[in-house]
Design a protein around this ligand. Sequence first.
Ligand code: FAD
Length: 565
Amino acid sequence: MTAPSMSSTPDERATGFATHEVLNQPGPFENYNAYAGDTPLVEAVRVFAGDWAADHLKRAGTLVGSAEVQCLARQANRHLPELRTHDRFGHRVDIVEFHPAYHELMALIFGCETHSFAWTHERPGAHVARAALSYLWNQGENGICCPMGMTFASIAALRHDRELLAEWVPLINRAAYDPHPVYAKKKTGITVGMAMTEKQGGSDLRATITTAQPATARRGSGAPYLLTGHKWFFSVPMSDLFLTLAQTDKGLSCFLATGWLPDGSRNRLKLQRLKDKCGNKSNASSEVEFFGLRAVMLGEEARGIRTIIKMAHATRLDFAVGSSGLMRQALSQAIHHTSNRRVFQRSLIDQPIMRNVVADLAVESEAMMWMSMRLAQALDRSEADNAEALLSRICTPVAKYWACKRAPQFVAEALECHGGNGFIADHLMERLYREAPLNGIWEGTGNVICLDVLRSMQREPETVEIFLGEIAKARGANARLDAFTDDLTHRLANPTGLEPVARRVVEMMALALQGSLLLRHSPSAVGDAFCATRLDGDWGQAFGTMPQGLDTQAIIDRARIGDGT
Ligand SMILES: Cc1cc2nc3c(=O)[nH]c(=O)nc-3n(C[C@H](O)[C@H](O)[C@H](O)COP(=O)(O)OP(=O)(O)OC[C@H]3O[C@@H](n4cnc5c(N)ncnc54)[C@H](O)[C@@H]3O)c2cc1C
């Protein structure tokens, strides 16, 4: 616990007007290593073959856990981005001005190769190590994870056109951030965004009404087009490169545009306004109009959804990872606070009900982390192993759905562990609370994600078999998991007609996967607690309702951030 300090001045004390000492306030949780001190994460990275990157991850862990990054994150969320449509002479400029703290954070996350590590290190475990970087940075500042995640995922879409990939990949993968509003190829590092959602449809992108006219006689991937229309959401409007969708006379197609043109002028877009958001405030999200935007087609004409979906798949993984990271940060804060705050002669964490709450959160957090990292491994192996590609295909949306669904409830409970302090705006918990619902919305809301899982099962029925095979790796280890899996297998036997109950089915898939992973890789205290609560009846609707007889001490000890030695 931090030493008591006087809240009054020496003058007040000398004159006898001192009011009180500051007692029993835990102080900030900072200057720790968010990687090396996180035992479950270190183990998952090792199990999934990413531990050759341990030194790199430790460096990122030091940054993320530092007081400096916490301070920058606070500043970037206090001093919000501002839109400047015109310069002082009346010319349109369409730029966003950020607080210097935002730029510093962007330089740190891109400097850590969080957007590129998986693409620049062609060896097993590269996606796992990158996912760990993303998991860490989602504990540092979420607003910078949006541009980082889209830049990472853009490579998957660019693979539809070898020439465009070759043209842009070296720049995209540079471990640098350059905020200058100039043409991408004149910069030391670039960010990539995407502008898909229109007013009349975000989930239903086929409703897109932006149009694309060929700029020359050439058509198809790589050919130049002029786009006219609007986008209702365009995050990171300072993106150097972005993907978008528009209708040609043949159908909905994907396009790639630069933010600025080679002659230095802004591409033909107008930023209408910035969104006033509930969370994710350091990051600018805008509304935009294209008036003859210069772009090139990416991928096959009229197959725009197919092109963009590759990017969406990668960002969905990042949101599962991101929400898991967010939960980890909330848990670390809750453990710190409850360990250093005393009530009724004991540390909060030693009060039996609080112990149940924190242990329950710890089980949830570890389960999310293992699921996310396993899917990073599946992505890693996808090129060489079709079964892993199918597992990635069906389970990435499962993980995205479940991690994003659980995050708001999880963060609310962790916030409550802090009492009133957690609800106050200069506390990190308040920011996490406002952030928590967002990953569930972009890149596919809950229902849309569940429909995607059903689509995989119907179009590629072997995905179900692959998924059940993954769960079966823990067969026999816990009777509850076996019974739960039998029930799930029965439900999955006929995927047609599952739409009305899709949420329950996808939730069960996530729980079965998490149970199987914990039983195989975590200490029995964690795996047993998971199965006794999530897979069986004696668990309530709130955190902190685990039954008696579980080893809560062991669970909390494991979740506590250590010194990493
Ligand atoms: C902060 C923020 C930043 C964003 N940044 C970007 C960005 O950079 N680029 C971009 O393109 N978009 C961005 N988005 C938009 C986001 O991707 C969309 O809001 C999202 O895809 C949902 O689309 P919508 O808002 O049109 O809602 P709708 O599609 O209208 O969905 C409303 C509800 O209906 C449900 N629903 C939809 N279809 C079905 C169905 N068939 N069955 C049952 N339920 C259904 C959905 O699950 C949802 O709950 C951003 C959003 C936010 C909040």
